[in-house]
Design a binder for this molecule. Structure first.
Ligand SMILES: NC(=O)c1ccc[n+]([C@@H]2O[C@H](COP(=O)([O-])OP(=O)(O)OC[C@H]3O[C@@H](n4cnc5c(N)ncnc54)[C@H](OP(=O)(O)O)[C@@H]3O)[C@@H](O)[C@H]2O)c1
Length: 175
């Protein structure tokens, strides 16, 4: 199966600001995240991201599979697409394939993206580059080993100030 990342970044690459308030995200980012989730019908996120968007902004409501990584065995949701798990990225991929999914999208955050990148399981990445610069905040990757070469598949302008970059992840050089 193909796994993609869909993530908004500041123009200098950070995925959240130090205030941790998502007021810099364009409506086009939200629409795009919703559209790719609806298209793939399989969404992966970490519990911190889930806590920010649930329940109202979860992209899948009644059809498909939403995988939320957490160690909290008591976590519960009224959303029927949600599965809470502490499985590894490889196990999550297997479970999604077993359920018949051929594509899945990771929507955040850093910890979740980094584990899938370290496992070599990410095929494509969409950056939605927003017109802001942050002094500090969260990077896209943390504790990821090696470097990744990318091939540009597409560039699109989402509004006057926001650009979407779509890359294929070509190979890993484990340093
Ligand atoms: N720019 C964007 O498009 C975008 C999108 C989404 C999020 N974000 C930002 O990203 C930030 C959140 O990222 P984050 O890296 O802090 O968190 P995250 O990846 O969203 O979630 C981390 C949490 O997921 C659980 N988890 C992760 N790996 C696990 C594993 N192997 N097994 C079991 N549980 C696991 C843990 O939850 P438990 O503590 O429950 O075990 C962990 O605390 C927020 O600031 C948010 O604003 C940005």
């Amino acid at each position: 199966m193909k796994i993609s990342i869909y993530i908004a970044t500041a123009a200098n690459g950070l995925i959240s600001n130090s205030r941790n308030v998502p007021d810099w995200l364009s409506p086009e980012y939200g629409q795009g995240m919703y559209a790719i989730s609806q298209k793939f019908k399989a969404v992966i996120m970490g519990k911190t991201t889930y806590n920010i968007i649930a329940p109202d902004y979860l992209p899948l409501k009644d059809e498909g599979t939403t995988v939320v990584l957490t160690t909290d065995e008591t976590a519960k949701s009224d959303n029927p697409t949600i599965t809470f798990t502490n499985d590894s990225p490889a196990e999550i991929k297997q479970i999604l394939e077993y359920k018949g999914h051929t594509e899945a999208v990771i929507i955040g955050g850093t910890m979740t993206i980094s584990q899938f990148m370290n496992a070599g399981l990410v095929d494509e990445i969409y950056f939605i580059v927003e017109p802001v610069l942050f002094d500090n905040g969260l990077p896209l990757l943390k504790d990821v080993v090696g470097e990744f070469k990318l091939k540009l598949l597409d560039v699109s302008k989402l509004n006057n100030n926001t650009v979407q970059l779509h890359y294929l992840i070509q190979k890993t050089n484990n340093l």
